[in-house]
Every structure is written in C-alpha cells, then in structure tokens.
Design a protein. Structure first.
Ligand code: GLP
Length: 243
C-alpha cells in the first residue's frame, strides 16, 4: 500500500488525474474502473483538460463503472450513468459504446449482476480501478457486512449511506434504497486500485480502514491486501493517520 499525501482537494484531484493519465499513456487501450460521488469530480475535470489540450486521448479506453442505483434510468439526472456522461464522458473522446455502467433498469437482480460480471470477464478485468470511500467504509456500494461480496451484487443501502447520498436528491424518500455494485473480487484483481479521499469527515474511516483490522465490517480494509493499492488523500483525510 502506498500513500500519497496531497495538500487539499485540488492537489488530490491533480495527483489523481496525473496517475490515471499515466495509466492511459502507458496502455492506451486500458480498462479503467471508474467511480462516482463528489470526490472524483475534480480529477475528471483535470482529465478533460488534458484531453482538450491534446495531451491525452481516451479513444481506445474501455471504462467499467463500479455501481448504479436500482430503478434509475440513464437519463435520470441522479443516475450514475448520467453522472459519468456529464462529469467525464461528454468532455473526452472515449467511445461511449465502450463505457459500461450496471443496468439500473434491469429488474431481475441476478441477471443484472451476471451480465455485469460477464462484461468484466469479456474485457479481461480492470487495469486501474478508481475508488472513493464511503463514510462507513464502503467501496463501490459494498456496504459493511458479515462477508466480502465476491461478484457484482444487489445491495440494500444502509440508512447512513442513504442519508449521505440524500444531499443529491430532493428528499430522503426519493433516494433509491438499492444498488447494483461490482463485488470485491474485481476490485482486488485490478492491476492497480487507486483511492481518492478528501476532507476531515473521512479522517476516522481512513484510519480505521488502513490501520485497523481487515474486516467486511469496513469493506475498504480489504485493500490492505491489494497487490498494488495507492491512496491519494489530502491532509485533512490523513489527519488521524500516523504516517
Ligand atoms: C457513493 C458511491 C461510492 C463513493 C461514495 C463516496 O456511495 N457509490 O462509490 O465512493 O459515494 O462519495 P463521496 O465521494 O461523495 O464522499
């Protein structure tokens, strides 16, 4: 595990974007595992700038996103497909047909999950997986549980996650209560797992996840066992860690 300390959100975003850009330069036809949430937005803006300035092309890249809310259509402005289109894909030259997000409209959960695992397998897994960190230690939408879910799975979101995500919705009741999420296996098998974390609110869970016990009660703690895990976090997020 490598920790790269950033000064603040801007610095974390710049370092994160440089890291992802390096992956794309090294392997132009790489598979990027992408994430949503407020944390990666700055890094996505930097990547779009690199594309606009002619320094980076995503023309051969495939992307496979971590998760999607059950029941939300791609044109719902709260869906993760919409988020990705708006925050990254429409600003770069990626072929939209090679961008994958779980199908939130698939009512048959088993089919939605099997289909997504088949997409992962067909692309030979992920070269670089970008991750955020939930306040309760979730990665993707893999919530605290008594085991690490292996493949793509349908999750009942915890009240704390629904609460945290309600800031993007008009009311608490309109936040979807379930999501499809990539499992821990695909994340652990990624050539590199890159997590971005910012802010004091995450300092406690960062300490717990990366200096505490490896337990499915803190899903991100499994990354301590990843062969190539890089944490780029700002000073606030690292303020409870002894580096
Ligand atoms: C959501 C996403 C996660 C993300 C988390 C943290 O729950 N499913 O992938 O890491 O939010 O979000 P934020 O970056 O806004 O704190």
């Amino acid at each position: 595990m490598r920790i790269i300390q950033a000064k603040n959100y801007e610095d974390m975003s710049r370092k994160g974007a440089d890291f992802i850009a390096a992956q794309v330069l090294l392997k132009p036809n790489c598979v990027l595992g992408l994430a949503t949430g407020s944390t990666p937005v700055g890094a996505y803006q930097r990547l779009a700038e690199k594309y606009r300035s002619g320094d980076l092309s995503f023309a051969q890249v495939t992307s496979i996103n971590l998760d999607e809310y059950v029941g939300l259509s791609p044109d719902n402005d709260q869906s993760y497909r919409y988020f990705m289109n708006e925050n990254l894909f429409r600003h770069i030259d990626i072929d939209i047909a090679r961008t994958f997000v779980p199908n939130g409209l698939e009512k048959n959960a088993e089919k939605a999950c099997t289909d997504y695992d088949a997409i992962l397998a067909a692309h030979g897994g992920i070269d670089l997986q970008l991750l955020g960190l939930g306040l309760n230690g979730h990665i993707g939408f893999n919530e605290p549980a008594d085991h690490f879910p292996c493949g793509t799975n349908c999750v009942d979101l915890t009240p704390s996650t629904i609460e945290a995500n309600s800031r993007f919705f008009p009311t608490y009741d309109s936040v979807p209560k379930q999501a499809y999420t990539m499992g821990v296996q695909a994340i652990m098998q990624a050539g590199c797992a890159l997590m971005l974390v910012s802010g004091k609110a995450k300092a406690g869970i960062v300490r717990q996840a990366f200096t505490g016990a490896i337990t499915p009660q803190v899903p991100a703690s499994v990354l301590q066992l990843h062969k190539n895990f890089v944490l780029i976090a700002d000073e606030d997020a690292l303020s409870e860690m002894k580096l």
